[in-house]
Design a protein around this ligand. Structure first.
Ligand SMILES: *Cc1c(COP(=O)(O)O)cnc(C)c1O
Length: 477
């Protein structure tokens, strides 16, 4: 188990050390010892810092800014909604913007018009954590009303991130983020291993055998907990920050779906990071041939123009609630916020109109070519993976034996900070291998990024990698 300090070091912030001459701000930053770079303005793919320096935003914050920054169509839609109605409470009132957003999200998407996701209702709140918590509660209520109140266990996976609230962090498989909170986590959460062929598949094992092993592990856990005691299985369709754009091996999700069906367990897919077109399809699970019971979305939904996230629900769950109390016993002051919904509606309208999911898939191919060309033969690059504009470069001391750099080297953080210094923001990741060791950087630029900007991002990342490597070499001499 790592210390809270180690966790802080893997925080995705690009910190400048607090200057002695500057007054202490009233704002509680992520760290009291340093403060983040102040951003003066942002436009397209670029951020302008207070220092006047420009940074190419090749990670959209945390895979959030899907249409880039400073889009005036969106700001106009926000103002128009505010002039109509800024806020009402959902207990008594509704607004067109939330109704239209639910229709927009659940209608067949133009990027895959024939795909049937089977989801019939949408619920909106302010963050990925909130909608994951809402999902945990709705899943429990579903069984309560169905006459199976004994179900109380959630099954999640190691190396998964589902958010920061007590519910969401309890179902997250990131020990470092739980350190001071160990004693107050939600009970009845069980974990299975990550669906991570790169680090976990044996050399002699085929992909099929590896999937069999993973499914057996899940089945054994189900049996141990008692399948009739389990509420849901929760997983990121494509693992985001913790494992770095890791897709499950082929056949894993269909097998998990089948296992859940066998025992009446709900399947909850967290697409807060990988959804909304990020991996090249509107939903990441379109590529897996399964239908989940509940899907959570977030980051890209409002493109960063508003704090908004969603929970999407299938008819199986809705039918039970309808026949029961017909009331979801949960709510938030800012749920289905009229302005947030109007903003997300506008962002998603732009995505549809400008065919940005299709563009994301195409630019993803370009990004992959550039990364593979730039890092061909690079000694410490162990893997380049991901799809769409959601890709990761993983670094190891010995890629052949898959030996990671010692943690104290901070290789990934060095690459990321050097890349930032050279003018490009990428998203750092540490603990890639087992939550402790391992280094990667994540690239998740706006879907609107140009080829030239992609080129700048990759060339700069490679330059930073080279500088980091020569720095290590010098340190050894
Ligand atoms: C970011 C993230 C969350 C949490 O979302 P917040 O908006 O930060 O609360 C949940 N799940 C996944 C997969 C994420 O990447």
């Amino acid at each position: 188990m790592s210390s809270p300090k180690a966790d802080r070091e893997s925080e995705p912030t690009l910190l400048s050390v607090q200057g002695d001459d500057e007054p202490e701000p009233a704002l509680l930053h992520r760290s009291l010892a340093s403060r983040p770079h102040n951003v003066e303005s942002a436009s397209g793919s670029y951020l302008t810092l207070s220092s006047g320096r420009q940074k190419l935003d090749a990670c959209g914050g945390a895979a959030v800014a899907i249409i880039g920054h400073g889009n005036t169509e969106v700001t106009e839609a926000a103002v128009a909604q505010m002039l109509k109605v800024s806020y009402v409470h959902t207990m008594q009132y509704g607004t067109d913007s939330s109704l239209e957003l639910s229709n927009c999200i659940l209608a067949p998407h133009p990027s895959s018009p024939n795909f049937d996701h089977g989801l019939v209702k949408a619920y909106f709140a302010g963050s990925g954590s909130e909608v994951n918590d809402a999902a945990l509660k709705l899943e429990k209520q579903y069984f309560f009303e169905k006459g199976e109140p004994q179900r109380k266990v959630y099954v999640s996976r190691q190396q998964a991130y589902h958010g920061g609230t007590i519910g969401a962090i309890s179902i997250s498989g990131m020990p470092a983020r739980k350190v001071p909170y160990d004693g107050i986590m939600m009970p009845h959460v069980e974990f299975v291993g990550a669906a991570d062929a790169f680090h976990r598949k044996g050399k002699a094992e085929t992909e099929g055998e590896f999937v069999e092993r993973l499914v057996k592990e899940i089945e054994e856990l189900f049996e141990r907990a008692g399948p009739k005691n389990i509420i849901s299985f929760i997983g990121e369709t494509v693992s985001g920050a913790a494992l770095g754009c890791m897709s499950a091996p082929k056949g894993y999700w269909p097998a998990v779906r089948e296992l859940c069906n066998k025992h009446g367990i709900l399947l909850h897919l967290d697409e807060v990071m990988c959804g909304m077109g990020r991996t090249g399809t509107y939903f990441a699970f379109e590529q897996e041939g399964i239908k989940p019971d509940i899907v959570t979305i977030g980051k890209g939904l409002g493109g960063g123009y508003a704090p908004i996230a969603g929970m999407l629900i299938n008819d199986k769950i809705i039918d039970v609630i309808r026949k029961g109390t017909s009331v979801f016993n949960h709510g938030h002051t800012f749920q289905a916020h009229p302005v947030s919904c109007a903003i997300a509606l506008n962002v998603q309208g732009i995505v549809k109109r400008d065919k940005l999911v299709e563009r994301c898939a195409k630019k993803g191919e370009k990004l992959r070519q550039l990364l593979e060309a730039a890092f061909a033969g690079a000694e410490y690059v162990a893997d380049i993976r991901g799809g769409g504009l959601f890709q990761t470069v993983e670094f190891m001391q010995d890629p052949y034996t898959k030996k990671p750099f010692p943690k104290h080297v901070g290789f990934g953080a060095k690459v990321q900070l050097t890349t930032f210094d050279l003018g490009v923001a990428v998203y750092p990741g540490a603990g890639t291998v087992d939550g402790e060791e391992g280094d990667h950087v994540l690239i998740a630029p706006p879907y609107t990024i140009s080829d030239e900007e992609l080129q700048i991002a990759v060339v700069t990342l490679k330059k930073a990698y080279d500088k980091t490597v020569s720095g290590l070499f010098k340190a050894k001499l």
